[in-house]
Each structure stands twice: as C-alpha cells, then as structure tokens.
Design a protein around this ligand. Structure first.
Ligand SMILES: Nc1nc2c(ncn2[C@@H]2O[C@H](COP(=O)(O)OP(=O)(O)OP(=O)(O)O)[C@@H](O)[C@H]2O)c(=O)[nH]1
Ligand SMILES: [Mg+2]
Length: 456
C-alpha cells in the first residue's frame, strides 16, 4: 500500500534537497508535484486541495530554525499533514459496555466482512482475553454460515449454531439471549452483503441496529475500489451510525487513496487494515506510523522535532536567567505567553527555576482565548511601555484597550497581574523560595491568575 505515493514523494524531496534554499517558486513547484502524486494515488480532490493549502500556508508562516534545512522543514510539514488527513489519533476498537456488548460488521458483498470478523475476533481474544461469540446474520448467501463456522473453528471461538429459516432479526435476539446465559462479553455479528447499496439491505441493517444497540458498527471497505469506497462509506453513514471502518485488501492496493481520503471526507475513522487473506493479516491503523511508512523519512521528522524543541528550550532558559535576576517586564510576560501558547503552560518556563517546578504544574490551566487576549493587549503597547509599565497612564491605557479590542479594565488586570508576578520574581531572586512565603505562596499561586482565564 502507498508504494506509488511513497516513491513519488521521495522524488519530490530529493529534488528539493538539491535546491538547497527554497523560495516561493521552488515551494510552488514542489507543491505541484506533491499534488499530482496525491491525485495519482487516488486521493479525493477535496482532500488533496486541503492538504496542499495547509502545507503551503504553514510553510510560508514557518519560523526559521537554524539547524535544519528548508527541505527538511517541508518534509516535516508534509508528514504532519499526512497524519492529519489520516485521522491523527489511533482510533481503537471499543469493547467496553454493557455485557454482552455487540459489534456489527457491515459492507458490500465480497468486501471482506466474514474474513475480517474472524481476524478481529482473534485479535480481541488474544489482546483483551474476552469471551467472544460469533454470529452469522447472513441468511442470503448459501454457505455463509459454514464459512464463518470454519473460521470460528480455526481460531477456537464459539459460533451461534444455525437454526433453519430464521430471520436475521430473530437470530440477533437469539444470540443476545444465548450470550447472556453463557457469560459472553462480546458478540461479533457478521451481516449479509449486497452488490450495491439497496433499500432492503439498509432497512435490515437499521432494524438490526435497533435490536443490537451495537457499541461498534464497523464498515468493511475494499481499498482496491479506491474512490468508490468513499461513496460507499458516505451512503452507509447516511443510513446507520458507523463508529469506524476496516480497510481490507490493502496488500493489493498500491495507491492507498481510500485510506487517505476516508477520514476527512466521511469523518469515519479507520480502525484496522486487512493486509492479506490469513487470520493474522490484520493491523491496527496508526496514522503516524502509516505517514512514516509513506514518507520513509522518519529520521528527518525526528530531527525537525528535536530542533524545534531546542529552540523552545533556549528561549525558556534565557527568560529563566532574567527572572533569576529579578527582572520581569511586560516583554517577559509576552514571551512567557508565547511559550504558554507553544508548550501549553506556564510550567514550561517555571520548571527551569529551582524549586518552582511543582508550582508551574498548578498554573497549567490557562485557557487559549484568554492567552490570545493577553497577547493582543501587550502587543498594543509600545516597546518602551512594555519595558516601563509604570509610564502607562490612563490615556495610554485607553489607546492600548482600543488597539487590542479590549477594555481598560482588562488592560488594568494585565498590568496588575504583571506587577504581582514581577514582585514575586523579585522576592524569589532575593530570598529564594522563602520569599514566596511572604506572599502566601505556593498555595495561593493560582489566585495570581484571574479566574476567567482558567479553563472551566
Ligand atoms: N488479499 C486479501 N484478501 C482478502 C482480505 N480480506 C478478505 N479477503 C478475501 O476476499 C474474499 C471475500 O472475503 P469475505 O470475507 O468472504 O467477504 P464478505 O464481505 O464476507 O463477502 P459476502 O459475505 O459475500 O458479502 C475472500 O477470498 C477473502 O479471502 C485482505 O485483507 N486481503
Ligand atoms: Mg460474508
């Protein structure tokens, strides 16, 4: 899977590397090649467009990191965007709920439902040691039951015995009753496929859905069908509530476009991929590992992450030095806010000051909007005002409030907050941590942050 895309992207990157420095023209031409590579991999146009515009926008707004080259930066951006369209976090199969809990597999004829159910059952049994019952609800295709029965036997998992001429709805009810008696944790239901989506099939699935109240309804999609898989997913999710999908036959699909388009176009996360006919040919779908496989540039990605991290550290250390000398003006507050934005908390800075590590953890709950507002207020001050906040009189306050789209009381609040923090820094630098006790800290530290700035 993804061989073609992988090769194409690597060609783009190797010619980028040769270019050395990257200007907008070089970036444009690289993005054109990436666009073509994605389209050839059968990724849907909608997704390709979004992909390209995200990467381009980020590439242009990117901070320059000295120790890495622009081409390395672009590789990292493409990597991140690949992970993003693949769904970011790994979506795990849900197996918790009222017992017996039902999992239902649905999909078109021949998509790989019966094979996948056996693969999934073995996976869940060995990973979570659950008691599983397999049930065939396919009363249409001759020998559908026998196919599942053979697989169940191979993996040593129980299957609900066949009763002739029972409707899928009645089999479902019988399965739940049998599971309750036999201490079954999970029932995996195999359903009938159709050559195309028809109303009867959907009606049957809807009825089964209301009987089973499944904790997972997984759509089985044949990745070889490419863009069609996306339409199938859209159609199914219009009618029943899908919780995820299993993409089968990725072993025969060199393009991988379905995998790359599915999450973004349908919102349905891929939970597993089937990569062969054997029972063990199933894999959890990890977006980051898949992206890594496509790019095959793991070392570059790690390098860029490390470089970006070290920049944050340098900044934080520089500020910590100033703080230790008792200096803390509004510029420091601004870079602290920037650090907060980047690293998600005041703790990132405070941890560099001996004894303040735990204190930092407590203050790690400042909300994003509040941070943006604080930043806007400080940015509306002149450089001199930031260095000498005392000079900010009421007319200056009004100008600052106007410039930042806030009101004077908010400007006052920041100034007050800054005064308190500066005072705290001064005490710490003079007396060490004992200086904080005069302020009633650390217990009181969260009070330094206005309550509306804390996450609800
Ligand atoms: N190469 C490969 N073949 C697969 C994979 N998954 C299923 N198959 C094959 O696809 C064929 C159909 O699989 P089934 O599991 O019977 O499909 P189904 O959706 O249950 O089919 P119906 O019940 O007829 O709707 C079988 O020959 C499987 O061996 C896979 O991941 N890779
Ligand atoms: Mg089947």
């Amino acid at each position: 899977m993804f061989e073609n895309l992988s090769n194409r992207l690597q060609d783009v990157f190797s010619s980028l590397k040769k270019t050395g420095s990257i200007d907008e023209t070089a970036l444009d031409s690289a993005m054109r090649d990436i666009r073509r590579a994605l389209l050839e991999a059968d990724v849907s146009l909608e997704v390709v467009k979004k992909f390209i515009s995200e990467v381009k926008q980020k590439a242009l707004g990117q901070e320059i990191i000295q120790s890495i080259s622009p081409s390395q930066m672009i590789i990292k951006l493409v990597n991140d965007e690949l992970i993003n369209i693949l769904g970011n976090d790994t979506a795990t199969v849900n197996i918790e709920g009222k017992t017996p809990a039902s999992l239902m597999l649905v999909g078109l004829q021949g998509s790989g439902k019966t094979t996948s159910i056996a693969k999934l059952a073995k996976f869940i049994k060995s990973k979570y040691s659950k008691n599983i019952l397999l049930v065939s609800l396919d009363v249409n295709r001759p020998a559908a039951f026998e196919q599942l029965q053979k697989l169940a036997h191979d993996i040593d998992i129980d299957i609900l015995p066949k009763v002739e001429n029972q409707s899928p709805e009645n089999i479902a009810k019988r399965a739940i009753a049998a599971a309750e008696i036999n201490d079954i944790d999970l029932i995996l239901f195999d359903t009938a496929g159709r050559t195309s989506i028809d109303d009867n099939l959907m009606q049957e699935l809807k009825e089964l859905e209301s009987i089973l109240e499944p904790i997972e309804t997984l759509l089985i999609l044949d990745s070889m069908t490419g863009q069609d898989a996306i339409n199938v997913a859209k159609n199914f999710s219009d009618k029943i509530k899908l919780t995820g999908s299993i993409l089968t036959r990725v072993d025969g699909d060199a393009r991988g476009g379905a995998a790359l388009s599915l999450k973004m176009t349908t919102g349905c996360p891929i939970k597993f991929i089937g990569n062969g006919e054997k029972i063990d040919d199933i894999e959890i779908f990890h977006p980051d590992r898949i992206a890594n496989r496509i790019l095959d540039m793991g070392d570059v990605v790690t390098l860029v992450e490390k470089a970006a991290e070290s920049i944050d550290h340098q900044e934080a250390e520089k500020m910590a030095e100033r703080l230790q000398q008792g200096e803390f003006d509004l510029n420091d507050l601004l870079s602290q806010i920037n650090q907060m934005k980047k690293m998600g908390g005041i703790s990132s800075m405070l941890k560099f000051i001996p004894g303040m590590k735990n204190l930092g953890d407590k203050a790690n709950t400042v909300s994003d909007d509040a941070i943006k507002k604080q930043e806007a207020i400080i940015l509306s001050m002149t450089k001199l005002e930031r260095r000498k906040p005392k000079m900010i009189n009421s007319s200056r306050k009004q100008r600052i409030a106007k410039g930042s789209g806030t009101v004077v009381s908010e400007v006052n609040r920041i100034l007050k907050q800054h005064r308190k923090m500066a005072d705290m820094m001064k005490r710490v630098s003079k007396k060490g941590m004992s200086g904080l006790q005069d302020l009633g800290l650390p217990q009181d530290f969260n009070n330094q942050i206005p309550p509306e700035f804390l996450k609800k």
